[in-house]
Design a protein around this ligand. Sequence first.
Ligand SMILES: N[C@H](CCC[C@H](N)C(=O)O)C(=O)O
Length: 290
Amino acid sequence: MARPAVNPLANRPFVKMNGLGNEILVLDLRADPVEVPAAAARALARPSVLPFDQAMVLYPPRREGTAAFVRILNSDGSFSAACGNGTRCIAALEAERTGAPHALFESEAGLLDCLVRPDGQVEVDMGAPRFDWRDIPLARDVAETAQVIVPGFEALGPTSLVSMGNPHAVFFVPDANAVDVEKLGAALEHHPLFPERANISFASLTAPDRILLHVWERGAGRTRACGTAACATGVSAARTGRTGRSVTVTLPGGDLEISWREADGHVLMTGPVEHEFSGTLSPAMLEEAA
Ligand SMILES: N[C@H](CCC[C@H](N)C(=O)O)C(=O)O
């Protein structure tokens, strides 16, 4: 009888980190790259195995001067082209490995220029937001994506639609703490307006330069923090005249500093990371739940 094939991810090292409670699993496959199938991500993300919101998978660099090409999987096995908190985590790991505070990564969404500051805070240039309906993407031509009423959700008021390399819908509400994030987030994530689903944010201003934020993430559900959502929210607040271009975004897991730079339109996101533990993937961890 043929021996069961050994999962190519078995016996690989991993690092578990978080960015303000956004649970991140790092797999550095640069030395011996293998595909990470959706089923493997789902198997690992189970609460009884190695629960994470996103897995950051590092592959050999494709572009001169970059440290790695990064693929990002959500806990449901779906791919995302961007992950702010995860990028901060791999930047901190890379700084530990190289001894240099600066690192440049590439993902499907573009370049990610990272800097670990002496105080341990990690700053990432997340690139420029995209506002065109085709880039978000949306299912139909929407001329003005800054204030869009989502059919069936008129009571929420207009949402600001933006891509940070992944799709975001930001709703400004009187009190983000009072929103049923699970119910509304899950329904909006799968709304037909979003052909690739969307990350759903509920934001309320607590000061002229401070925003309270709760996020329902595409492919991961309710998380304690979401970096690209914080970027999308900071850009949306400025875009709709609610704030200036630099804000502090307070998520359940803590604060992110967001600055939408005038000079090149790039969004800078700064915050802490936490290194939790390291280990090795076992075959049992990778077996899809029966
Ligand atoms: N938590 C991540 C976002 C992951 C994006 C993922 N939810 C998607 O767009 O499918 C962050 O810190 O930016």
